[in-house]
Design a protein around this ligand. Structure first.
Ligand code: FES
Length: 295
């Protein structure tokens, strides 16, 4: 067995795939430089609640890997940095990396955020609304009912926003401002939450959300054809909503059920192993559902 493995590897992107690759390489004896554009490692998975299809808690899966990665002697994490140039050939690459400033002493920072309490500079991300917000009476009734429901709950902002997002299928700007006033919470705090979680939407969406997986497995099994078929069927493009507000078409990367590729979801329903010809039937099903509800 070769015990004298030498060499170093650059892994670009510190999401779960980058972290796992770095750990595997580092455990094989390579010196690993793990490069990440954002200020921290973890990527999208660190923002998820559960993972498909086992419903395992995302952070329970991920946390041990984050810790191992941070402590591994063979891994050097370079965050807040971008790859600028790669030259050379296999076995002998040279890379140029630009590291962005953090404006804190990284050796001393523990991420406690105490410095934000003492920072003399205040940047208002969103203006605080001072004028009274007038909502449509029916909207106001719905929002007031939600606020009433959670009025005694500690840390109620998240469930309030979740309920509004479910009720209106997005977070309308006027309602966010209304909540800000009624709850006495700054708009920036609300937007911080609303933009952190993928489940919140700031744009109006259709009653049914069609999401086409464009992960590698689905792509090679024909996802682009499915997108085209849906676009033709609904006369919209990805990211758009039909005029009747019944359907929104979106894409996402890997639902974690690659064995069913190509896959789409319509709301909570998963449709796998699809062909273009299946699309009209699926859409008709949801259209009929709507017609029945309207009748
Ligand atoms: S790539 Fe589509 S489910 Fe994994």
């Amino acid at each position: 067995m070769d015990k004298k493995k030498v060499g170093s590897v650059l892994v670009v992107g510190a999401g779960i795939a980058g972290i796992q690759s770095s750990l595997d390489l580092a455990n094989s004896g390579y010196k690993v430089y793990l490069l990440e554009q954002t200020p921290s490692i973890g990527g999208t998975m660190a923002q998820l609640d559960k993972t498909f299809p086992t419903n395992d808690c995302a952070m329970c899966v991920m946390s041990p890997k984050l810790v191992e990665c941070g402590r591994h002697l063979n891994i050097e994490i370079i965050t807040n940095a971008e790859l600028k140039k790669v030259v050379g050939e296999a076995g002998n690459f040279k890379v140029e990396v630009t590291k962005h400033p953090r404006y804190v002493d990284e050796d001393k920072c523990t991420g406690c955020a105490a410095c934000t309490q003492h920072c003399p500079v205040t940047v208002a991300l969103y203006p605080i609304e001072k004028d009274p917000i007038f909502l449509k009476p029916e909207d106001r009734t719905k929002v007031d009912a939600i606020l009433e429901k959670y009025k005694d709950m500690k840390g109620n902002l998240l469930p309030i926003l979740q309920s509004i997002n479910t009720e209106f299928r997005y977070l309308p700007e006027k309602i966010i401002k209304y909540v800000s006033q009624e709850q006495n919470v700054s708009l920036s705090k609300i937007y911080q939450i609303a933009t952190f979680y993928n489940t919140f939407h700031l744009e109006q969406r259709g009653k049914h959300i069609i999401t086409v997986c464009i992960g590698t497995a689905c792509h090679v099994q024909g996802a682009p054809g499915l997108i085209e078929a849906i676009e033709n069927e609904l006369n919209i493009k990805v990211g758009e909503t039909t005029r009747d507000m019944n359907f929104t078409l979106e894409t996402a990367r890997c639902f974690g059920c690659c064995g069913l590729a190509p896959v789409i979801t319509v709301d909570e329903d998963v449709h796998g192993k699809l062909k273009r010809a299946d699309i009209p039937k699926i859409i008709k099903h949801y259209k009929t559902m709507e017609e029945k509800q309207d009748a």
